[in-house]
Ligand binder design. Structure first.
Ligand code: NAD
Length: 491
């Protein structure tokens, strides 16, 4: 099949018909050749979305009930093709099949969730003062306009759906640009969009990297940009968006603390800590990459964590090992470089720490689950987001010290607390400056609940009701219940 972009209701090889290869990270083989969008293609997509929203208006003017029904059809088709989507995600991204199946399930439910939400009452009625006479004051929610959506490669399908489902539900015209590292599932998703009859121009798919992203974030014709990715790129998006004061949503990086008190259930804390950092090969923005363990529990906890981490299986992600490969060679080398820095800075490497090339993994980008003990707050590996299966361990003596260390980061995306003392759990979690937190678990994520970061982890919230409102403007309407003269100038 030819992997193309989708602009103004047409599949196209783009102006230059230029392609690049995408690699299967399990064995380094070429998976597909993909057409790349040029500047002209990008401008064409913006033009198409603008025409669709402001002139054609077919999608925007469709009543919400019908738009919701179309989203339900997307969900149903995705469900029929679940196997195909999950396998494509495995081949392209390297995540184990059972994780990819969960991602597709979440994507299906996300479409269903926003399909229902857009059918529920929007806006509200306000009690206002009668300074200018009796007024009926209420709000309506309207689509924002032309929305550019940019996503990373770690959850290629799901990160896109988190934006596409609410943006489309709200009636916007969208231009979607996934990470060029993993675009195959996005292309397949747009085939579904075409099949269910989303009008031309209302959904456009561009394929490319920062150049395309820059044009989108700078364009005076784009009304909103929502970006998920690294904080550095997010800062650039924010600067560019200032040109026409676009609405922005930013879901950025993290370096999240996982606090383990000595009164935790040992096996539970160890397993969740592993899920926190080794799921998706640690390529999760909310990863619990900084374990903070109470000093008196340190030896027992760390011993068990290392035992279990060493038992993690690596292999062909299609056969459901515990971990698959890192997404590509560049990312693998980036993670290995951090491991090298950790060793150089005298953190104690107690598990993994190297590329794994045994047996069927010989040509893949595998990294053994890696644990650094006796880390301190000045180390690079404690401060910077590694985005791989690498966790650091620090110790604390008191609740106050745990909170101080947890918040000792410019990021504020996620965090967790493990303890059997309910009041302590609530006290500590309230002090964590982060948008997504857990008590006695790590990483579960729900379509219904808002997702986003404090501090340098972002602006705004995805998912839940907030995730829909991100893509809506709220208009206040005030109706004079006694039309006619006020007499203001007759004093
Ligand atoms: P990245 O910033 O390199 O790229 C993300 C996306 O932005 C890609 O589509 C890329 O092509 C595009 N891009 C890159 N530079 C750009 C620029 N200057 N202007 C516009 N677009 C640009 O990130 P990545 O390596 O793809 O993903 C990993 C990062 O994403 C990590 O930092 C991770 O924490 C973050 N992330 C955050 C969340 C969240 O919900 N907060 C979720 C997933 C990933």
């Amino acid at each position: 099949m030819e992997w193309m972009m989708y602009i103004d209701g047409k599949w196209t090889k783009g102006e230059k018909e230029k392609t690049f290869d995408t690699i299967n990270p399990f064995d380094g083989s070429v998976l597909a050749s993909i057409y790349e969008s040029s500047e002209k293609d990008t401008l064409d997509a913006i033009k198409a979305a603008k025409y669709s929203f402001y002139e054609d208006r077919k999608w925007r003017d469709l009543d919400s009930q019908t738009r919701g029904d179309i989203l339900l059809k997307i969900a149903d088709t995705l469900e029929e093709k679940k196997d195909e989507f999950a396998k494509l995600e495995v081949l392209d991204n390297g995540k184990p099949l059972r994780e990819a199946i969960c991602d597709v399930d979440d994507a299906i439910h996300n479409f269903r969730y926003y399909a229902s939400l857009i059918k529920t009452p929007q806006g509200g009625v306000y009690e206002v003062n009668e300074g200018f006479g009796k007024m009926h004051s209420y709000t309506i929610h309207e689509p924002t306009g032309v929305c550019a959506l940019i996503t990373p490669w770690n959850y290629p399908l799901l990160m896109g759906v988190w934006k596409l489902a609410p943006a489309l539900a709200a009636g916007n015209s969208v231009i979607f640009k996934p990470s060029p590292y993993c675009v195959l599932s996005s292309i397949k998703l747009f085939e579904i969009f075409e099949d269910v009859g989303i009008p031309k121009g209302a959904c456009n798919l561009l394929i490319g990297g920062a150049e395309v992203g820059n044009i989108l974030s700078s364009s005076m014709d784009v009304d909103m940009i929502t970006f998920t990715g690294s904080t550095k790129a997010g800062q650039s998006v924010m600067r560019n968006a200032a040109g026409n004061v676009k609405k922005i949503g930013l879901e950025l990086g993290g370096k999240s603390p996982n606090i383990i008190f000595a009164d935790s259930d040992l096996e539970g804390a160890v397993e969740w800590a592993m899920l926190g950092i080794f799921l998706n090969q640690g390529q999760i923005c909310s990863a619990g990459s900084r374990i903070l363990v109470e000093e008196k529990f340190h030896d027992e906890f760390v011993k068990r964590l290392v035992e279990r981490a060493n038992n993690i299986t690596l292999g062909n992600p299609m056969n459901n090992p515990d971990m698959g490969p890192i997404v590509n060679e560049t990312q693998m080398n980036r993670v290995l470089n951090y491991i090298f820095i950790g060793i150089k800075e005298n953190a104690k490497l107690i598990a993994g720490g190297y590329r794994y090339t045994e047996g069927e993994c010989k040509n893949g980008y595998f990294i053994k689950p890696t644990i650094f003990d006796y880390c301190d707050r000045d180390m690079t590996i404690v401060k910077e987001e590694i985005f791989g299966p690498v966790v650091t361990i620090q110790t604390f003596k008191t609740e106050e010290e745990a909170i101080m260390l947890a918040n000792d980061s410019p990021y504020g995306l996620a965090g967790a607390v493990f303890t059997s003392d309910g009041a302590k759990a609530l006290r500590v979690i309230k002090e964590i400056r982060a948008g997504i937190t857990w008590i006695n678990c790590y990483n579960p994520c729900f379509n219904e609940a808002p997702w986003g970061g404090y501090k340098m982890s972002g602006i705004g919230r995805e998912l839940g009701v907030h995730g829909l409102e991100e893509y809506q403007e709220i208009k206040q309407i005030n109706i004079n219940l006694n039309p006619g003269k006020v007499g203001w100038y007759e004093h």
